[in-house]
Design a protein around this ligand. Sequence first.
Ligand SMILES: O=P(O)(O)OC[C@H]1O[C@](O)(CO)[C@@H](O)[C@@H]1O
Length: 550
Amino acid sequence: MNATSRTRLNQTPEWAALGKHREQLGSSHLRQLFADDPERGTGYTLRVGDLHLDYSKHLVTDETLTLLRELAAATDVFGLRDAMFRGDKINTTEDRAVLHTALRAPREAVIEVDGENVVPAVHAVLDKMAAFSDRVRSGEWTGHTGKPIKNIVNIGIGGSDLGPAMAYEVLRSFTDRSLTFRFVSNVDGADLHEAVRDLDPAETLFIIASKTFTTIETITNATSARDWLLTGLRAGQEAVAKHFVALSTNAGKVADFGIDTDNMFEFWDWVGGRYSYDSAIGLSLMIAIGPDRFREMLDGFHLVDEHFRTAPAEENAPLLLGLLGVWYGAFFDAQSHAVLPYSHYLSKFTAYLQQLDMESNGKSVDRDGNPVDWQTGPVVWGTPGTNGQHAYYQLIHQGTKVIPADFIGFAQPVEDLLPGLVAQHDLLMANFFAQTQALAFGKTPDEVRAEGVPEELVAHKTFRGNHPTTTILADRLTPSVLGQLIALYEHKVFVQGAVWNIDSFDQWGVELGKVLAKKIEPVLTEGQGGEQLDSSTAALVSTYRELRGR
Ligand SMILES: O=P(O)(O)OC[C@H]1O[C@](O)(CO)[C@@H](O)[C@@H]1O
């Protein structure tokens, strides 16, 4: 279906049917839905690879799910999915294919862009990454002075930082603990300062990760890192080759920076930045966990790609999760979506998903440039669950907002946990299960009274419940499971963009601030051009200059 021929989403009969159904559902409570269907807790579940997914605690009935699937059919979600997997240029505003799925396709797969099979090039880069990783891990790759590399510093931002930084944390128990990994993204010099201050330049490798190799934050940090290295080594430009490698699509700019393009690991314009950590952008992760584990992670991604590509609508997990988000945004006015992992290792997982989801679906015009008059992407937020319980869960339980939430947990603690700490895992997971139970079923005023609570406190101690959650449970946090989880979210975001008829693969919204920052910088440093600023910004800039003694 052509985007232009599409009926506007909120004018489709399927949308109207969902609106009517929402009215009928009224304030139906999960307590009732569970009472009506004793099988609900086992029936509303899906299995994808190693992921057990429970969606029974959602404000949906069989009819809701049918109507949502009809909306997906009317908006041709699967048609767009097939176009993506085929390599069609579905990122229309940038005229690009969207083929992160090719990054984890098996060697023998054939996926064409402009008539050329891209899979051999993907595997050639993976092989080059593997050879390089092995050389660093084994100590064979030495720095300018002949010392083996002990420290790896990834410099990148957005998709060139969040993915590897997140995955490194997630898979820490699989990493080579004799190596130190740091991730620098912020143009605030403090970031690089803290990353390198205790490192020996002779043992340090910088990985400069930038799809475009023009991003000001990354190039500025990379330039400062080069100065730090050459000063520390008391060496000239010739030392760069042993201490800098690049991950990029832009060989020209990499060479301009002074990095030997033999030490460049390539990817392609059909890989979006926020979909790129399974490309060359994952080099730091591959060095950390080794090529075999990295490949296991890619296999995990691929498993969910295949599920999304082939599973029927009724069993298709990304479709289901995407549609649930559409449901809450449109018909419950939910503004945000919480992702609450019950694993310390997933501490950066939600930050990663923020870019994936919000840069993809934070749009307000449709594919044809018409304003949308339906909600698009939610605010994604969250931190590891137990910490959140003692901070913001109060608002989820008793506040006024509808906040659908994903709870992610694992049956086993990581393998190398100190034996004395293993017992804590059951307590962690007891919290995990208790929270979704409390959110769904709450506590009625009568239940509170039955505990002998004085009448004036009953309202305060009542829990409305009826807060929707998805539970994702896996046996163990492995590289494959991480790949499965990320692919699940990637495709969920895809489904929502398809229904909302927006381009989930561009990011024009980041441009204006970049342009303005370029104009403001000389005003800060030289004091020239301030008259072109609005009065608020001009006054702030002038105060800043005063404080800097300029
Ligand atoms: O990898 P690059 O080209 O340095 O871009 C970094 C990030 O900047 C953005 O373009 C946003 O400014 C992201 O989409 C991207 O992940």
